[in-house]
Each structure stands twice: as structure tokens, then as C-alpha cells.
Design a protein around this ligand. Structure first.
Ligand code: PGA
Length: 254
């Protein structure tokens, strides 16, 4: 099965609404001839609707993602945003369980599981982030950590519901540090993740699932990462903020 690659930009807590619209429009313009790669940008909540409208008005293939959601559909949950609210603001993808959310906001695998369920119910494509910390890596616990994150994050969900799920392997020690996992190292972890999905669910799901790599992806390391069979795209932080560098990542095969 061939998997169409996804290059996704996570803008984190950067850009005002007008800055986000300007950046998204520039990316759309630079990417207007690209048809073989799916592209997503995830602005802060305050810019989502404006960015969606701007991209829609120019018929862009660039899709909008959110960086988080809450799993309840509505209610007295001050400060939270539901899947339906995102959907109605033009969102297609939602990042779930990013390591910064796990680290600074106490997000657990149980939250991740509920959020993935809520996203799927609203027809949003969840991008589930997993990855080990530096100390877990030093203690050689990478696979143990990934097993737990995958098992608990996807517990109770059925294969036929998970057809759109994207997994992003983001070693925490590589995020924003300039230290990328070597492409071979990333490939072997991605292979492990795919096999784990086959074991937990079935071959059909595992063969079609997109597994992105994230953590200091830059224009100069993307091609080698993408040359590996099990690396189906990238979740890019810092290098997605500037359209000129993000487009080089998107055009990794040109
Ligand atoms: P980075 O962030 O590319 O700046 O390392 C990646 C991410 O956090 O998704």
C-alpha cells in the first residue's frame, strides 16, 4: 500500500492572528503546485478560523490543524475547546498528546485516548504524539514507553474507527533541541510502531497508517528521513514558522 506523505507544521504558541494568516497564505502560494503531499498547519486557537477562511478563499490544499482539544462535547469547562468547535472553525486535523502538553499540562495517556475518540467522532484526523524522554532513552526504555503510550492511548478503540489516525513519533530529547534522531534510528522505531499497531489491531490498519517523525526536522535533514520506508511525513515545529524554510521541507523530493 502506498501512503501519501503528510508534512505538518505545529506553530505552538507563536503568531498573532494576522501573522498566522500571512504565513499560511505564503505557504499556500509556495505550495500551490504540490499535489502529491498532504500539508497541514496548526496555528494557535485564536487564528484557526481566520487561517481556514484564508486558505479556503484561495482554494488551497493546505489543511488546518489544531494543537489540542478537550474530549467533552460542551459544558462548564472554562478555557477548553471541543472537537465540534474545531470542526466548525474549519479544522481537519488535531494534534493530541504532544509532549509539551504531557510535560507542562499533565496530559495523560487516558486523556489522549478520550481526545482521540472525541476527534474521530467529529471526523477530525487525530495526530497522536508519542515519544520517550532523554532519561528514558538513556535507560533503554524507549520501546517500553512507546508500548504504554500506544496501548493506553488507543485502548478500546476499534480498527475500523482508526482508519485516519496519524501517529507522530517525537522523541522528547529531539524537540526544539537541534538533535534529531538519526534517520536509521527513526526508521527502526517507526518499524516497531507499525508492528505494534499490527499486533494490537490488524495488518490492514498498520500498513496504511501514517507515521510521522518529529523533533528538529529541518530542510537539510528531511530528505534522508523521508527516504525511509516507514517514515511517512514530518511534524515540524520551529522550521514551520517561516514559509521559506517550511516549503523546503514540503518539497523534500523536488
Ligand atoms: P521542533 O518541534 O521541530 O521545533 O523540534 C517539533 C514538535 O514539537 O512538534
Amino acid at each position: 500500500m502506498t501512503i501519501s506523505p503528510l508534512i505538518a507544521g505545529n506553530w505552538k504558541m507563536f503568531k498573532t492572528c494576522s501573522e498566522a494568516v500571512k504565513t499560511a497564505k505564503r505557504i499556500a502560494e509556495l505550495a500551490k503546485d504540490i499535489t502529491d503531499i498532504d500539508i497541514m498547519v496548526a496555528p494557535p486557537f485564536t487564528a484557526i478560523e481566520a487561517v481556514s477562511e484564508a486558505l479556503l478563499s484561495i482554494n488551497s490544499r493546505v489543511r488546518v490543524g489544531a494543537q489540542n482539544l478537550f474530549y467533552k462535547s460542551e459544558g462548564a469547562y472554562t478555557g477548553e475547546i471541543s472537537a465540534n468547535m474545531l470542526k466548525s472553525a474549519g479544522v481537519s486535523y488535531v494534534i493530541v498528546g504532544h509532549s509539551e502538553r504531557r510535560q507542562y499540562f499533565g496530559e495523560t495517556d487516558d486523556d489522549v485516548r478520550k481526545k482521540i475518540g472525541a476527534a474521530l467522532e467529529s471526523n477530525l484526523i487525530p495526530v497522536m504524539c508519542i515519544g520517550e524522554t532523554e532519561s528514558e532513552k538513556k535507560e533503554e526504555k524507549t520501546f517500553y514507553v512507546l508500548d504504554k503510550q500506544i496501548e493506553n492511548g488507543l485502548k478500546g478503540l476499534r480498527s475500523n474507527e482508526l482508519g485516519t489516525l496519524v501517529i507522530a513519533y517525537e522523541p522528547v530529547w529531539a524537540i526544539g533541541t537541534g538533535n534529531t534522531a538519526s534517520p536509521n534510528e527513526a526508521e527502526s522505531v517507526h518499524r516497531y510502531i507499525r508492528a505494534k499497531i499490527a499486533k494490537m489491531f490488524d495488518n490492514k490498519l498498520s500498513e496504511g497508517i501514517r507515521i510521522l517523525y518529529g523533533g528538529s526536522v529541518k530542510p537539510d535533514n528531511i530528505s534522508e528521513l523521508m527516504s525511509h520506508h516507514n517514515i511517512n511525513g514530518a511534524l515540524v515545529g520551529g522550521a514551520s514558522l517561516d514559509p521559506e524554510s517550511f516549503i523546503k521541507i514540503i518539497k523534500y523530493n523536488k
